[in-house]
Design a protein around this ligand. Structure first.
Ligand SMILES: Cc1ncc(COP(=O)(O)O)c(C=O)c1O
Length: 299
């Protein structure tokens, strides 16, 4: 297992900064018993100027608030105070390239009734920029994404991630790198912790909203594609059409943009190095460190 903290690590806990080894949480919290908490996954980078920059912090903390509200959890924090706290935790832990994990959790409550308060912590741990081009072998999961009529699917709620864990573990147990989950109707949805796009004839396609987490990286890919003049279509995607794709990739805060080698052992039509997907990956990697690059795509 990765090492997330040591005896010197500091985390933000309800307005104070405490040692991770001394922080306390309530064993009677409704969050622990029922998976009833919301969280974010955010990254900070050392930019080309040497500064520490959190990527799209407003978007992440706004989603955290929306997730809490979707689950009827009281939410009393402003984006600015949580962004300031995040920078402070990074500084206190001497980190620039890091993962930032805020969690909003419930008090002691063994019933299902609504609470009158919530709590928050923000943890950070080192995350080196992803280097190299190892492509993923992806497997269509036997697990589907949660039914949007049974869950607030746009909320980043802890309980949803039992589904992600099952799918990811199944893929690895079968010798694959990662899972691809379908929605209730069998259309392609997303990975356990990332959205997906595929490339066909110079265009990008991605599942429509409704059964997926609306990813902040997904939105960034839309921005990059627009700047590069690459058309993007949101639609219901079948497993059969995906197997005919030129290329495909996952995108998410943690994974950034990561290409696939194959889906269910079917390789993609194009060499990754010749794809516009690879150009998107490079543009994303430059954007997070605030590097100016000018990408062009040949028609
Ligand atoms: C299920 C799921 N889909 C998609 C994403 C990608 O979202 P983002 O790009 O905002 O990190 C994540 C990661 O947060 C996720 O957990």
């Amino acid at each position: 297992m990765a090492s997330y903290y040591n005896e010197n690590t500091i985390l933000y806990l309800n307005g104070t900064y405490v040692k991770a080894t001394e922080a306390k949480m309530d064993y009677y919290s409704q969050s622990l018993h029922y998976g009833y908490s919301v969280f974010e996954g955010i990254r900070s980078y050392k930019t080309v100027n040497g500064e520490t920059s959190i990527f799209k912090p407003e978007e992440h903390f706004t989603r955290l608030k929306n997730s809490a509200e979707a689950l009827n959890m009281p939410y009393t924090w402003t984006n600015q105070e949580l962004i300031d706290a995040s920078y402070e935790v990074l500084k206190r832990n001497n980190l620039q390239d890091a993962y930032i994990r805020p969690v909003v959790y419930a008090p002691a409550n063994m019933s299902f009734v609504q609470n009158t308060e919530s709590f928050i912590f923000i943890e950070v741990w080192p995350m080196l920029p992803f280097l190299g081009e190892k492509l993923l072998r992806v497997m269509t999961s036997s697990f589907q994404r949660p039914n949007p009529k049974g869950f607030k699917i746009t909320a980043k709620a802890a309980g949803h991630y039992v589904n992600s864990i099952l799918a990811s573990q199944e893929a690895k147990a079968n010798g694959f790198d990662e899972a691809l989950l379908t929605d209730m109707l069998g259309f392609v949805a997303e990975g356990p912790g990332a959205n997906m796009f595929y490339e066909k004839d110079g265009a990008l396609l991605t599942p429509s909203l409704g059964n997926i987490l609306p990813g902040i990286t997904r939105a960034t890919v839309f921005e990059i594609a627009e700047e590069m003049g690459i058309p993007v279509t949101e639609k219901q995607i079948t497993s059969e059409e995906l197997k005919q794709a030129d290329a495909a990739f996952f995108c998410g805060t943690a994974a950034e943009v990561i290409g696939w080698e194959s889906i269910d052992n079917v390789s993609f039509k194009k060499n990754w190095n010749d794809t516009i997907s690879k150009k998107i990956k490079e543009a994303y990697a430059a954007r997070v460190i605030e590097m100016e690059i000018h990408q062009t795509v040949e028609a």
